[in-house]
Design a protein. Structure first.
Length: 189
């Protein structure tokens, strides 16, 4: 797949088949992630490949967080919400959870550590697309909860930056009209 074609045609794929994804594909995706630029070569990314029952265990963590927050007073609505959050990690056969562990070196800026991991995620998304797979990068408040960080063994300085749900597409690939770069660009000389 040609690079510019891949960049322009990659889309978030929220519905995937339950079919297993070959381990070799996951390894290629992870390797591509590690080629992202990172200042001072700190390699701040951390990857957690989840298949099988590990996804259900993550769902249990989501359920506990939702219960602790207790935001819905209606018991029926709360039961529906708990069921939904518990099943969320089961929507794809593979989840690659991506975290950042910032370097403690004095010359390293924390913003640059996050930028490096976000660049790694983009490499992953493009690799997933090039392999004929589909993925969606899911985040949200639950991603940044202390319990989630603890589940993955990320330090207090680190953070989970997202869940990459991976599988074979099971939906029509949406066409998206993008705003031209011209609307965001100032040429300076």
């Amino acid at each position: 797949m040609e690079l510019f074609e891949a960049i322009k045609n990659r889309r978030s794929i929220g519905v995937v088949k339950p079919d297993p994804v070959p381990k070799e594909y996951i390894e290629q995706i992870l390797e591509a992630a590690t080629y992202a630029p990172n200042h001072f070569r700190t390699e701040p990314w951390r990857f957690f490949v989840m298949t099988g029952q590990s996804r259900a265990k993550l769902g249990e963590v989501f359920e506990k967080i939702t219960i602790a927050k207790g935001e819905d007073n209606d018991p029926t609505e709360m039961a529906k919400k708990l069921d939904r959050v518990k099943k969320n990690p089961l929507r794809a056969p593979v989840i690659i959870t991506v975290g950042v562990e910032p370097s403690a070196k004095k010359n390293v800026l924390i913003k640059e550590e996050y930028a490096a991991v976000n660049a790694a995620i983009q490499n992953m998304l493009l690799s997933i697309h090039a392999l004929g797979l589909g993925a969606i990068w899911r985040t949200g408040a639950i991603c940044y909860e202390k319990e989630v960080r603890k589940f993955f063994g990320i330090s207090e300085q680190g953070e989970i930056l997202g869940f990459i749900y991976v599988g074979y597409p099971d939906m029509k690939i949406p066409q998206v009209k993008k705003t031209s770069y011209e609307n965001f660009t100032t040429w300076m000389s």
